[in-house]
Ligand binder design. Sequence first.
Ligand SMILES: Nc1ncnc2c1ncn2[C@@H]1O[C@H](COP(=O)(O)OP(=O)(O)OP(=O)(O)O)[C@@H](O)[C@H]1O
Length: 231
Amino acid sequence: MIRFEQVSKVYDRRSRPALHDVTVEFERGEFVFLVGASGSGKSTFIRLMLREERASSGTVYVVGRNVARLPSWRVPKLRRGIGVVFQDFRLLPNKTVYANVAFAMQVLGKGRAQIRQTVPEVLETVGLEGKEKRMPHELSGGEQQRVAIARAIVNRPEILLADEPTGNLDPETSLGIMAVLDKINQNGTTVIMATHDDDIVNQMRRRVVELHAGGIVRDESGGGYRTEVQA
Ligand SMILES: Nc1ncnc2c1ncn2[C@@H]1O[C@H](COP(=O)(O)OP(=O)(O)OP(=O)(O)O)[C@@H](O)[C@H]1O
């Protein structure tokens, strides 16, 4: 589903590469934690998948396509196949919960009937039924993140990227968000989550890929099986 082959990314020739010779593969339907200290390369990894950046060397494949080779008119289609959730929610502050989620369908030109059917279904998936008419400022942080997740999955992407989705939330609220991401993964979506939160990583028992100074130093499956990889 996603494959990095000997990928390096150099932003600035005077400093070390943000990613150095990274080779890793994520299968369809996997749930993977991407961990590592600040500056280890997690955001760069995510930006390469979305083609917000291009690799300096090596190849990034997303759903079988070499993303560097996509013509620019194909990049929006690549990004439509990847839902993205951020630490800071990024909701539209003047729109209701319903309208925030519906908007993601409207911009793709989806019909009103389809929107009216799909938005309530997705709000139920994330546990927000009954909150459709609230404005973002009338929601808790955890609820706002649920809206952001609903918006990210409403067009049924194959991949969900979550960049520190629990970074602004307390531990209990974070577990609620993890349950939502788990459910989305159980429904078949590949989930890749960048996080600093060791408690969550330990509780969820999923695959963990750890970056350090731009290289993969750990790739551990959720079952406890462990492989050490050279940095
Ligand atoms: N646009 C850029 N221009 C120059 N250097 C950059 C750029 N983006 C990232 N870097 C550098 O690349 C390295 C990796 O950064 P990256 O943002 O990928 O790390 P990260 O693991 O996501 O960190 P954090 O957890 O703080 O978000 C860092 O040394 C950073 O300073």
